[in-house]
Design a binder for this molecule. Structure first.
Ligand SMILES: [Zn+2]
Length: 137
């Protein structure tokens, strides 16, 4: 029988759940304890020592490496469709429909995606002129 250890302690039940689902996705058996008490009464957090994430001792290393993995972008870079559009500013045909280079994501989108551990899903796309760098919709 494998030993079950406390892998990590969280003061935020949401964060604990995010980590838990990531590990479950990777087929690592784990569970949270004291989660309900803390969700119902956050004041008990200190007393109970936070939400504890338990898993098998043998899975600890694997779990750590999974959580350290950087998340690859969901989208592969799209092919630039050159020549289909004309830049309204300089008249060049060297225009691609690409992710906006200016202000790619709002700071809020960034924060939310970091929190949810996902790549920002709403990527703004614009027509980008490779000649004069003008961007338009
Ligand atoms: Zn242009």
């Amino acid at each position: 029988m494998d030993k079950i250890v406390v892998f990590e302690t969280y003061y935020n039940p949401i964060e604990a759940n995010i980590v838990k689902s990531r590990l479950m996705d990777a087929d690592i058996q784990c569970f949270l304890s004291d989660e309900n008490t803390i969700t119902l009464n956050p004041l008990y957090t200190q007393a109970l020592g936070g939400v504890k994430l338990h898993l098998f001792e043998k899975d600890v290393d694997l779990a750590r490496s999974i959580l350290q993995e950087t998340i690859p972008p969901l989208e592969t870079p799209e092919e630039e469709e050159k020549g289909e559009f004309v830049c309204p500013k300089c008249g060049s045909h060297d225009v691609g429909y690409v992710q906006a280079t200016k202000k790619r994501f709002g700071i809020l989108t960034m924060l939310v995606s970091i929190l949810l551990l996902v790549y920002p899903f709403s990527v703004k796309k614009v027509h980008h002129c490779f000649n004069c760098l003008h961007e338009y919709k």
